[in-house]
Design a protein around this ligand. Structure first.
Ligand SMILES: *Cc1c(COP(=O)(O)O)cnc(C)c1O
Length: 481
């Protein structure tokens, strides 16, 4: 495929840069103006539209096809949220405006949205306070881990360890490690945390337990009250990885249950684009004990009703990100929450759980389902039977791509062999779910009859099986113009 530079034709124009240049010349000093034009591709508007439309069609996105990628919550991102994020009063705001003396009037709307969003997330999760600074879930985990470290340091606690269950997303141990903790793995029993194993691992050096509930197997942690009690008994804190919040929206508030710090993935639960589709946001919520350590800046409402960013928080862990560069994501999530309201958000989790259980039941005699009981918003199947015949989870995933369906997450969580983790989300119709079952059934039949045909997939996608490490080993970071 040619790049937009390869397609350049000297002299072909889309816009009239001369005018822009004249405008720049009106206010820029002469010595700052370019002597030669920049080496931009020269193309007509239609060429550019076709180029990028063609590229977009080669991509796989939720606007085009079903995307049951477990743990990632690839729900449809409704377009009204794009309208909210595109309002010029927001898009034209410079990140430093809030600090500019006398410019407060321009930032009031944006700050109010941020303030309101923090309050809404508190209401949804039962936490006391939120920061919108973290840029993604993993960044939220790092923020949370640093808050936990700051809390213990401040109390004079000598805590060096963070516990993570063996079903944890890889970012959990990674974040705790970056924050300076030693990670201890907790073995699960029957797919969930074993309170006895937890009790055994708990001692005075444990700073926190990081957990996801429902966990990455889509199973609810039925021993949650016991877990909370055990963790708090050694003055350790409970971290909630909110990536699976879609399963419990409107049903359970993690703050009420006893979690001390949570991150949410707005780009999962609250329908903002992700997976190559845009930036994310990983707001972090805390209980009262951790409030003083939240990163700066904080959004504050003054007594006269005005909003400001405040920086005077001596116990704060400091900056996690200097600006709200992902403000558009916050706006989309805000619009989504307001549009759905309490009832709508509750229906989200109900339908997400229903869709997952529907697929689980329809697939239970076709694939091995290791923990085959009522699941939450996702479940994990295994291709161990097919693997005996040489067809692995990876092959099934590639064959699905050939049929216009994104693969489930494969080989994660690590505790299930040949796993396929299916998360349909609430936005898919029964017809779409049925088509998924039909296509998968077809692939599994082919896996029995002609394994090589499944192993050869994909053949209809723009690229076939890639060398997954070549891009890292053999980097090409520039384009020779
Ligand atoms: C997606 C995910 C994360 C990481 O979130 P990012 O926003 O991708 O950084 C962490 N934990 C779980 C369970 C996840 O699914």
């Amino acid at each position: 495929m040619k790049t937009v530079f390869d397609k350049s034709v000297p002299g072909r124009l889309g816009t009239v840069p001369g005018e822009a240049r004249r405008k720049a010349a009106d206010f820029l000093p002469a010595d700052l103006l370019r002597a030669a034009p920049p080496r931009l591709p020269e193309l007509g508007e239609l060429d550019v539209v076709r180029h990028y439309t063609e590229l977009s069609l080669r991509n796989f996105g939720v606007d085009g096809n079903f995307y049951p990628l477990g743990s990632c919550t690839m729900k449809y991102n409704p377009k009204f949220t794009e309208c909210a994020a595109a309002l010029p009063g927001f898009t034209d705001l410079h990140p430093l405006t809030a600090q500019l003396k006398g410019a407060g009037q321009y930032t009031q709307g944006a700050l109010e949205v941020m303030y309101d969003l923090e309050r809404l997330l508190c209401e949804i999760t039962g936490m006391c306070d939120f920061t919108l600074h973290p840029m993604a879930g993993a960044h939220g985990e790092l923020t949370g881990s640093m808050l936990i470290a700051a809390y213990h340091r401040d109390k004079g606690n000598k805590k060096t360890k963070v516990l993570c269950p063996d079903s944890a997303h890889g970012t959990n141990p990674a974040s705790a490690t970056i924050a300076g903790f030693e990670v201890v793995n907790i073995a699960s029993r029957d797919g969930i945390i074993d309170p006895d194993a937890l009790a055994e691992a708990l001692d005075d050096e444990v700073a926190a337990l990081m957990m996801t509930c429902p966990n990455t197997l889509g199973l609810f942690e039925r021993n949650l009250p016991r877990i909370v009690e055990l963790v708090h008994s050694v003055d350790a804190l409970l971290y909630y990885d909110g990536a699976n919040l879609n399963a419990i929206l409107g049903k359970m508030r993690v703050g009420d249950v006893g979690f001390d710090v949570v991150h949410l993935n707005l780009h999962k639960t609250f329908a903002t684009p992700h997976g190559g589709g845009g930036p994310g946001a990983g707001p972090v919520g805390v209980c009262g004990r951790l409030r003083d350590y939240l990163p700066i800046s904080r959004v504050k409402k003054l007594e006269d009703g005005r909003f400001v960013l405040s920086y005077d928080h001596p116990k704060s862990i400091g900056y996690m990100s200097p600006f709200y560069g992902n403000f558009g994501v916050l706006l989309k999530a805000y619009a989504y929450i307001l549009r759905l309201g309490r009832e709508g958000l509750t229906r989200v989790s109900e339908n997400a759980v229903l869709a997952a259980n529907y697929l689980r039941k329809r697939l239970e005699d076709k694939l091995e389902i290791p923990y085959n009981r009522t699941c939450m918003h996702e479940f994990v199947a295994s291709a161990v039977r097919q693997a005996e015949n040489g067809v692995r989870a990876l092959d099934i995933a590639k064959a699905l791509l050939d049929r216009g369906i994104h693969a489930p997450t494969i080989y994660f969580p690590l505790i299930v062999k040949e796993c396929l983790m299916v998360e349909p989300t609430e936005t898919e119709s029964k017809q779409t779910l049925d088509r998924f079952v039909d296509e998968l059934t077809d692939i599994l039949a082919l896996a029995d009859a002609d394994p090589a045909a499944v192993q050869a997939a994909p053949v209809h996608t723009p690229v076939g099986r890639l060398d997954e490490t070549k891009a890292a080993r053999d980097m090409v970071l520039t384009h020779d113009l």
